[in-house]
Every structure is written in structure tokens, then in C-alpha cells.
Design a protein around this ligand. Structure first.
Ligand SMILES: [Ca+2]
Ligand SMILES: [Ca+2]
Length: 346
């Protein structure tokens, strides 16, 4: 028994020293084994829970993985994922699309699907050690925007991507660090997006007969959806308030990623109000501005109250009365004291 315990103990110490993780994958990442492969007769694509790999993927090879999330699943969204192009053979001097990294689409088809938001790796001439990224959106088959070659990156280096959409605005940012603080590529805000998407395609071949000998290898990993929560902003008659420094109309609904801090502030002329935040429970605050941390769908009411104004007025009169009482008492005491002296003088 003691021997078994010792073996177990030494095994655990050994695994710890070898830095072997006991938890293999975070359940919050999208599971690439739940994606479906299309047309991978050359076995150039393979996945595990967190990684979608492509290896020696010829650029004319018509294969990809996809997942059907349901009609209009991707409206406003924020996606994080890491990726690396581990090897690249660009061949001749022309600059061609090499591999798709991330596609949101209404239809699950090869090449560029109509109605899609697309991020792809592009060759830079015959350069085999660097590549570029292009981010573009198709409405039907017409490009609404295209950030062609918005950044130049290195083969053999891991990068950290963020893609998000808010209303008609879309943006892709590439970072060089896992904390996503050092920006190495940024499309800036791109506008004109109006579709919601159903399919997510990743690690996808190009379906083109040009340069069939050009190939690449790499992976996409740690795909993470930041789920937006929807906050409804309401107020009663008699006042207006601001959300993140912009005046909102009654009933405004806005999506926010989990943990977003929203600043609520009453307009200066409406100083008597109360915030009520209805989720599963309720809370209120009277501070201005009021920071709301979004952690679920919520309705925030700003009540402008006549009673609140009366209470403020009552407080004022109470304070004024207290001061007057104190002054009167001080005068009375002084007069009593001075009065005694006066009597002695007389
Ligand atoms: Ca495969
Ligand atoms: Ca080429």
C-alpha cells in the first residue's frame, strides 16, 4: 500500500515538473471535433477539441471544416482565436489567396460563399517566410468592404485574433501577445454589414486551379465566442439620461460582451432620479455617473422622481433648520452669559 502511495506521489511530482497539464481543454472554447469536414480526401485537415489543423494544404484543394450554428446565430458577435501559419510554399511570384482562417456565412459552400464575412491568408509574391491577412465582407457576391493585406505577419509565429461586429460595424484586430494588448494588425472600423450568419467555416482550401503546387500548414486554436448580453434602457416621463456619454431614447436595446462596464449618467438638468437594474434580482444606486457591469441580459430603468426632488428639498430645509437652531442656541447662551455681566455692571 505504501509503495503504491509513493509511486502515485512521485508520478504527480514528475508530471508537475514536466509541466503536464491535468486539465486538457477549457470547456468554454468551441470544440473543433464538433465541426464537419468536407472533401478531405487527401487528409490535409485534422482536428482535436481546441485545434483545427491544416497540413500541406494545396491552395487548389477544395476542402474545409464547418459547423451549422443555426439560422442568424451570428448577429452581433465577438470571436477570439489564436492561429499560426507554420509553413508556407508561395511558389512563383504572384500573390494569391493561400488559406481561409475564419468565415461566417449564410450558406455552407466552397470558395467565397455569398453573404459572408471572411478572413484569409494571402501570399506575398514568392515570399515563404511572411504572409498577409485580408478581411472582407460579401453581400450577395458584392464586396461591402475589403481590408486587403491589412497586416504582414511572420510564418512560424503565433498570433491572437479578435473579430467583432456591432450593428453595421465590423473590425478585425491581430495581436502578438495572448493578453491581446500589442496590436500588429487592425482593419479599423468597417461599415456596411447588415447580414446575420449561420455557418462558421475554418481551415478552408481555396478551390482554385491557379498555382496548384502552392501549399501551407498551420492551425487555428482556442476559438472563443464572447457572448453578447442585451441591455434594455428605459426611463419614465420627465427626464433623459446618457449611456456611455450618448443620450438614449426610451427602450434602447444594446448588446455588450460579458463584463463590459457601461456608464450611466443623468443629464444635468435632471438631478433627481434613481437607477433600477432588473435582472434576476434588483439593485439601485443614486450616484451619478453609475457604472453598470454587464453580466447578463438586463433592463435598466432610470426613474426621474418628483418625490426624490421633495426629499432633497426636505433635506435642505432640515439642514437649514439645524443650522438656524444651532445659531439661535449659541446666541441664547452668549446672551445669558453676557446678560449676567450686564446685571453686575448695573
Ligand atoms: Ca481530415
Ligand atoms: Ca504563388
Amino acid at each position: 500500500m505504501r509503495v503504491r502511495v509513493l509511486i502515485l506521489l512521485f508520478s504527480l511530482i514528475g508530471l508537475t515538473l514536466m509541466n503536464v497539464p491535468f486539465v486538457v481543454a477549457s470547456p468554454s472554447y468551441e470544440d473543433f471535433t464538433s465541426f464537419t469536414e468536407i472533401g478531405d480526401t487527401g487528409d490535409m485537415l485534422f482536428q482535436n477539441v481546441t485545434h483545427a489543423n491544416w497540413t500541406y494544404l494545396d491552395r487548389n484543394y477544395d476542402t474545409w471544416i464547418y459547423k451549422d450554428y443555426g439560422v442568424d446565430y451570428f448577429g452581433d458577435f465577438e470571436h477570439l482565436f489564436d492561429f499560426e501559419v507554420t509553413e508556407l510554399e508561395a511558389g512563383d511570384g504572384d500573390a494569391r489567396l493561400s488559406v481561409y482562417l475564419h468565415i461566417l456565412a449564410k450558406t455552407n459552400v466552397a470558395s467565397n460563399p455569398a453573404d459572408a464575412l471572411i478572413l484569409f491568408v494571402a501570399q506575398i509574391g514568392s515570399n515563404d517566410v511572411q504572409f498577409q491577412l485580408t478581411f472582407f465582407q460579401l453581400k450577395g457576391s458584392v464586396s461591402q468592404f475589403s481590408s486587403s493585406g491589412f497586416c504582414t505577419l511572420d510564418v512560424g509565429t503565433k498570433y491572437y485574433a479578435e473579430i467583432f461586429r456591432n450593428g453595421t460595424t465590423c473590425r478585425c484586430i491581430i495581436y502578438s501577445d495572448a493578453e491581446r494588448t500589442v496590436v500588429v494588425g487592425d482593419t479599423g472600423d468597417q461599415t456596411g454589414v447588415s447580414d446575420s450568419y449561420r455557418y462558421l467555416q475554418a481551415t478552408k482550401g481555396i478551390d482554385s486551379s491557379n498555382d496548384p503546387d502552392d501549399w501551407s500548414s498551420g492551425y487555428v486554436t482556442n476559438l472563443y465566442f464572447i457572448v453578447p448580453y442585451y441591455v434594455t434602457f428605459c426611463f419614465n416621463e420627465g427626464g433623459l439620461f446618457r449611456v456611455d456619454n450618448a443620450t438614449v431614447s426610451n427602450g434602447t436595446v444594446k448588446p455588450y460582451p460579458n463584463g463590459t462596464v457601461v456608464e450611466l449618467a443623468s443629464l444635468p438638468q435632471n438631478s433627481s432620479y434613481i437607477w433600477l437594474n432588473f435582472t434576476w434580482d434588483s439593485s439601485s444606486a443614486l450616484t451619478n455617473p453609475y457604472d453598470l457591469v454587464v453580466t447578463s441580459n438586463a433592463t435598466v430603468w432610470c426613474y426621474f422622481s418628483v418625490l426624490e426632488a421633495a426629499s432633497a428639498l426636505e433635506s435642505y430645509f432640515l439642514a437649514f433648520g439645524f443650522v438656524m437652531f444651532t445659531v439661535a442656541a449659541a446666541i441664547f447662551i452668549l446672551r445669558r452669559k453676557n446678560g449676567g455681566d450686564e446685571i453686575n455692571v448695573r
